[in-house]
Design a binder for this molecule. Structure first.
Ligand SMILES: C[S@@+](CC[C@H](N)C(=O)[O-])C[C@H]1O[C@@H](n2cnc3c(N)ncnc32)[C@H](O)[C@@H]1O
Length: 243
């Protein structure tokens, strides 16, 4: 069954290159089966406000599939944001509520460490679900900070979907979340796309709390990040001095 056959409205009447432009089985996108799972789950949840960290074709497809849902996408890359805005004007009409907010990566502090993630700014007052599919993996623990920024407005029984759970880094991020908010989540893992981890918020609570294992992980990850930057800068300098 191709991606066109799924139950998401105007897409089924688009043709050729337009289908290709919205295909989620390409590049860094979330994958069609994972998207189908998301749409079904969000529909069952009765979601009205959804925040997606890391915009892309998925943002357009979500808006098409869930026209009554207010979708806020957070994006750090200006050029990428502009591409998604172009797709928005191409494919979405006035009936859809899709905001794509540019928030550059910035260092920020939470209980157990410092994180390079989307610059903190206001979010909708009540959020039913958050999809965490950014920032990119090179930020090391950038996705960990997304939950910390969204936990307060996320309603009880609301959900967090973390993509790429098949990677070791994402599994570690979920461990850190459990340590930051002990007993606050029910968790399941969906074997779709790059594997999606689903957390359901069980209760309101303080936090995030400090956790020593998270602190150690944070120092280690930021050290790797710093070394990579220094090494890249060194290589760039060598290349420019040779030319
Ligand atoms: C995994 S992508 C998000 C994809 C989106 N949720 C989807 O499924 O269409 C995470 C971030 O990576 C960046 N990105 C996406 N595609 C990229 C590419 N081909 N090269 C470099 N960065 C990319 C963008 O900044 C994006 O927000």
């Amino acid at each position: 069954m191709g991606w066109l056959s799924m139950a998401t409205h105007p897409i089924s009447v688009l043709a050729g290159s337009e289908h290709d432009a919205l295909n989620l089985d390409r590049g860094w996108a979330i994958r069609e089966d994972a998207f189908r799972f998301l749409v079904n789950d969000l529909t069952r949840l009765g979601a009205r406000t959804v925040v997606e960290f890391g915009s892309g074709v998925s943002s357009i497809r979500l808006a098409l599939a869930l026209p009554n849902v207010h979708i806020v996408c957070i994006e750090s890359d200006r050029q990428f944001r502009d591409r998604i805005l172009a797709l928005r004007s191409q494919f979405l009409g006035h009936g859809h509520s899709l905001a794509i907010e540019l928030r550059e990566l910035a260092w920020q502090r939470y209980a157990s460490g410092i994180y390079l993630s989307y610059r903190f700014d206001s979010l909708p007052g009540e959020i039913d679900a958050a999809i965490i599919d950014g920032p990119p993996a090179w930020t090391r623990r950038g996705r960990e900070a997304c939950l910390y920024s969204v936990m307060k407005p996320l309603r009880v029984a609301g959900r967090v979907y973390l993509d790429d759970y098949r990677r070791r880094a994402e599994r570690r991020i979920v461990k850190n979340w459990h340590l930051a908010y002990p007993g606050s989540f029910a968790m399941s893992v969906q074997n779709v796309g790059h594997t999606v981890c689903v957390l359901e918020k069980l209760k309101e609570g303080a936090g995030p709390q400090f956790a020593f294992p998270t602190f150690v992980d944070n120092v280690a990850q930021n050290t790797v990040l710093a070394f990579r930057w220094v090494f890249r800068g060194f290589r760039w300098k060598r290349r420019t001095s040779l030319t």
